[in-house]
Design a protein around this ligand. Structure first.
Ligand SMILES: [Zn+2]
Length: 338
């Protein structure tokens, strides 16, 4: 059973204790998903912070107020970002400049964050536009969806100029206790979860969420990637953690019942993969496959994510030999079941 902890979520900017030595902080987001959970871990007389929130005025105001409440008596000793997405790393540069914590990230996340900030010229634009042609977006709608791909630099204004690399299995000492880094691939290139074996706490980032399913997406840089296969393998690998672990996710409520949630997520993707496969009777573009996976229509901003997710499912069907991709003279990819 998936059981939320018996707590009310904290007000934005007002941390509450959630597990031994761990405080739960929420900051706002201006999307349908309206918040992110951040974790302040007691570390001596200071804190280690996991993830930063968006680089937005409201989140910066929350941080300024918290820092002034600490009154110079506490600071951030370490900052750990689970992955490069703007809600997780948006203020990494800003916080490191202000408070000087040691900054930890996996190397692929660090490189990807930098690449997203730097790879914004004409060539990058043409590459992305070509990708949206291949997935079936008609010419007149391509500029809008292509431009949306390049919003990262505005959302992550600065990054720390150096970092300490996290690798799978590393132990990061926080408050004298080792937290094990568990790298889970699929949602982001080298996403990191953190596990405290003594108190049985898993900071799961976006890898395991209690209510919504994690976005697993294929994009212009690596159109043949199979991140959904990696994501499902990573979920499976988390079964080695104790059944009664407390899961602290980046969105939604902290909960118990990791193994039950893994079962639900695997069943969800199995179901979607088979309905997608069943629908690929005729050669179908990625765009035309969306109704086979999603019941709703998408606004242009969300359509980009939906396309990425659909392609992730299609590429997994290819990897399993359940579908083939046909490339016709127009360069558009079409998928058919086998
Ligand atoms: Zn994410």
């Amino acid at each position: 059973m998936v059981e939320p902890l018996p707590l009310s979520p904290p007000q934005f900017g007002c941390p509450i204790p959630v597990a031994p030595g761990v405080h739960w902080l929420r900051t706002p987001m201006p999307f349908a998903l309206d918040h992110i959970n951040l974790w302040l871990l007691e570390d001596g007389c200071d804190f280690t912070l996991v993830d930063t929130g968006l680089a937005s005025e409201p989140t910066m105001a929350i941080w300024s107020e918290l820092i002034s409440k600490w009154g110079g008596e506490r600071t951030l000793r370490q900052l750990i970002c689970t992955h490069f997405h703007p809600d997780h790393a948006g203020l990494a540069g800003w916080l490191v400049e202000r408070l000087g914590p040691r900054f930890h990230m996996s190397r692929e996340e660090w490189l990807t964050a930098n690449l997203h900030r730097l790879d914004v010229g004409d060539e990058a634009y043409r590459g992305a536009e070509r990708f949206y042609h291949c997935v079936g977006i008609p010419a007149e709608r391509r500029p809008e969806i292509t431009s949306a791909f390049f919003g990262y630099a505005e959302r992550v204004r600065s990054l720390p100029r150096s970092f300490q690399r996290i690798r799978d299995g590393d132990r990061i000492e926080i408050n004298g206790e080792p937290w094990e880094a568990i790298v889970t691939l699929g949602h982001a290139p080298e996403h990191v979860c953190l596990f405290n074996p003594r108190h049985k706490i898993l900071i799961s980032g976006d890898q395991v969420l209690p209510k919504i399913t994690t976005n697993v997406s294929v994009g212009p840089w690596e159109p043949r990637a199979n991140p959904l296969g990696m994501f499902l393998d990573a979920l499976d690998s988390l079964r080695r953690l104790p059944a009664d672990v407390t899961v602290l996710p980046s969105h939604g409520m902290p909960f118990k019942g990791l193994h039950a949630r893994i079962n639900q997520l695997q069943a969800h993707h199995d179901e979607r993969l088979s309905s997608l496969r069943d629908g690929l009777v005729q050669p179908t573009t990625v765009l035309a496959s969306l109704p086979l996976l999603f019941k709703r229509q998408f606004a242009p901003h969300d359509e980009r994510f939906a396309l990425g997710e659909a392609l992730a499912h299609l590429n997994l069907l290819l990897a399993r030999g359940q579908a083939v991709r046909e490339e016709s003279d127009d360069g558009v990819w079409r998928y058919r079941r086998v």
